[in-house]
Design a protein around this ligand. Sequence first.
Ligand code: B1M
Length: 226
Amino acid sequence: MSEDILSLIKENVVQGRINQEDEGMEEGMEGKPAVTELVQKALDDGIDVQKIINDGLTSGMDIVGQKFEKKEYYIPDMLASAEAVGAAMEMLEPHLAKNGIEPKGKIIVATVKGDLHDIGKNIVTILLRGAGYLVKDLGNDIDDQTIVDAVKKEQPQFLGLSALLTSTMTHMRAIVQSLKDAGIRDKVKVIVGGAPVSEQFAKDIGADGFGADGFQAVSVIDSLNS
Ligand code: B1M
């Protein structure tokens, strides 16, 4: 029975349906319960929150990721699914705390100074939350010192930086240097990403990891966390 609801949640994540009014990718879905209604039903039925996240939401996003790689899905499709997961995560967050499930780690994320592109960072944030991390999102256009101050104050295990412009990605190098200057570089692992960022660039600036997409960001952080 619980498997039925979980597979329906998964299917509706793939369809990018938040509420029952949403149409989805396939015809004839409008009016049927979607992610938020199904997650509420799963909670009412006492289904384990971790199961809802892992077997419903995250496995749905895995399929979305595969479809994106195969070019069956495009960015708007990925965003619709990511938003559905985000809406579900908002419902589940209080239950995670109540159930005493410890987050896998704490991460600060930000889009660097001068850069207003935040769609990718938001996807990464949602996926990381879905994967069980506590994520503090500083937002976009965040200056270097604010980021370094947040690392000092919050003491996260990871710092995730996003940049979409060749002119702003240079802040990533400056932030790594500022962390060194502040004597806290060894206290936090730095992961970088965004369209102009590459594995080689990450190495060059002394970052600990690079994510080409949100899914890779989660697996890189998972592997650095183990
Ligand atoms: Co702008 N923009 N934009 N833009 N914009 C680009 C990036 C550009 C490539 C378009 C182009 O010319 N072909 C170009 C950059 C050129 C360059 O620097 N080489 C560009 C430009 C020039 C500009 C302006 C300067 C335009 C102008 O005003 N003349 C201006 C700059 C504003 C600023 O930031 N100061 C500008 C403005 C904008 C909008 C505001 C209109 C809008 C952003 C809206 C928003 O984000 N809220 C916008 C958009 C939408 C784009 C494009 C079309 C799409 C970006 C996007 O959201 N992609 C983009 C062209 C393109 O990329 N095709 C473009 C979808 C998103 C899911 O992908 O962000 O790459 P992405 O994130 C991925 C991965 O990169 C990775 O995972 C994500 C999910 O898979 N990832 C991480 C991202 N962050 C990560 C962090 C990680 C790990 C992985 O670890 C922490």
